[in-house]
Design a protein around this ligand. Structure first.
Ligand code: S3P
Length: 440
């Protein structure tokens, strides 16, 4: 089983660009697949999760070329041009792929079955199946979990739906089904979640109406292929933002990072803790190529900072949802206590991230208390060392690699192969800024 050994207490510095955004790469492939004409995706994340989406679209008859690792050309099949009849579609570790495909495939004429790896086969899918059934879809799950079996040939009708939890995946699935339903579908969010689907639908020429917390889409609109330049993934940059706060005496610069405000909750949290972070938004004239599709980008500079513990506002939780593993590492290095509540969703990610982080922090000698919907951490003492289990979760593995910067002894992290789902080249990039990390 793949593992990391990370040496303790080094400095980090330099200028890096992390790989492309995972959420945006999935969406660019899917919308490209059902568009008319060609979609050109640059800066694509060639991670296992997005490759699962790419292979599924190919299996449904979409022609996709990859002239370079990060350059993908999708020849759209149109809203009604996908083909079924193949084997079950394997989403690997990718929850986003499975949930968005549920919305995309529920209105199609053919049946489909969605499966995934051991982690994904345990994750809840009823949150998506329920609103789709209200639209008239026929979907079966296995006691709420995959395999997801979709019976095709149902014509869907628009609904007005209020999401029970802030979830971009559920929102996106309903919007994708709404695109192919009769009438105007309305989705209301209890709190803002990432809005890449809405922004990208607009870039493909679809009219998306926004009114406060409500988003509406009229069925039957066709998509026009376009160019999607994918910015660097804020969620991958997050590991280096925290690394910089812990150990960048001379600064660390992260280039061309996607800074969509529905994604940058961690930035806000670190600033509240006293982090020395500067965001250089791209100037209008020289704006990064990602701007035309409505995704803001910036270069972010970070320096070693004296962090203070904070009480995290629940409103920021959905905006930092994927960053909590590495945020907890920052909290353990901050002076004083940090408290996160209202983060129940972390229990149903690739693993139970609250439990996995509490367990790993305990191994490293950090006092913490696992709460039903959050975590309390006593910061300030730094980390010891030892062997931890990532539970096959990419973000847990990378978060503990960053903890090494304030550790006294080496940290061994087990079961790290899934880092390739979101961050191919993590080890090399981490080494390039100074981390003493080795993959075995
Ligand atoms: C994602 C939405 C979030 C996030 C996931 C990616 C997306 O999940 O955790 O990594 O691309 O829509 P939820 O919508 O379940 O919160």
């Amino acid at each position: 089983m793949a593992r990391y050994i990370v040496g303790p207490g080094v400095r980090v510095e330099g200028e890096i660009t992390v790989p492309g955004d995972k959420s945006i790469s999935h969406r660019a492939l899917m919308l490209g697949g059902i568009a008319e004409g060609v979609t050109d995706i640059t800066g694509f994340l060639a991670g296992e999760d997005c490759l699962a989406t790419l292979r599924a679209l190919q299996a449904m008859g979409v022609t996709i070329d990859r002239p370079e690792e990060e350059h993908v050309i999708v020849r759209g099949a149109g809203l009604e041009g996908l083909r079924g009849g193949g084997a079950a579609l394997d989403m690997g570790n990718a929850g986003t792929a499975m949930r968005l495909f549920m919305g995309l495939l529920a209105p199609q004429r053919f049946d489909s079955t969605l499966i995934g790896d051991e982690s994904l086969m345990r994750r809840p899918m009823e949150r998506v199946a329920a609103p789709l059934r209200l639209m008239g879809a026929e979907i079966k799950t296995n006691a709420g979990r995959p395999p997801v079996q979709i019976t095709g040939g149902r014509s869907l009708r628009a609904i007005e739906y209020t999401l029970p939890v802030a979830s971009a995946q559920v929102k996106s699935a309903v919007l994708l089904a709404g695109l192919q339903a009769n009438g105007r579908t309305h989705v209301t969010e209890p709190a803002p979640s990432r809005d890449h689907t809405e922004r990208m639908l607009s870039a493909f020429g679809v009219e998306v109406l926004r009114n406060g917390a409500e988003i509406a889409i009229e069925g039957g609109q066709s998509l026009r292929g376009t160019h999607i330049p994918v910015p660097a993934d804020f969620s991958s940059a997050a590991f280096f933002l925290v690394a910089g706060c812990l150990a960048a005496e001379h600064g660390l610069l992260l280039r061309n990072v996607g800074v969509n405000p529905t994604r940058t909750g961690l930035l806000e949290l670190l600033l509240q803790m006293g982090a020395d972070i500067r965001v250089h938004h791209a100037a209008p004239a020289s704006r990064g190529a990602a701007e035309p599709v409505g995704e803001p980008v910036a270069d972010i500079e970070v320096r070693r900072s004296r962090l203070k513990g904070i009480k995290v506002s629940e409103a920021l939780v959905p905006l930092a949802i994927d960053e909590f593993p590495v945020f907890f590492v920052a909290a353990a290095c901050a002076e004083g206590e940090t408290l996160v509540r209202g983060a129940l969703e972390l229990r149903v990610k690739e693993t139970d991230r609250l439990a996995a982080m509490a367990q790993g922090l305990t191994v490293l000698g950090v006092r913490n208390e696992l709460l039903e919907d959050g975590l309390w951490i006593q910061g300030g003492a730094g980390f010891g060392g030892g062997t931890l289990d990532s539970h096959g979760d990419h973000r847990i593995a990378m978060a503990f690699a960053i903890a090494s910067l304030r550790a006294q002894r080496p940290i061994e992290i087990l079961d790290v192969a899934n880092v390739a789902t979101s961050f191919p080249g993590f080890v090399r990039l981490a080494q390039s800024v100074g981390l003493q990390i080795e993959a075995l």
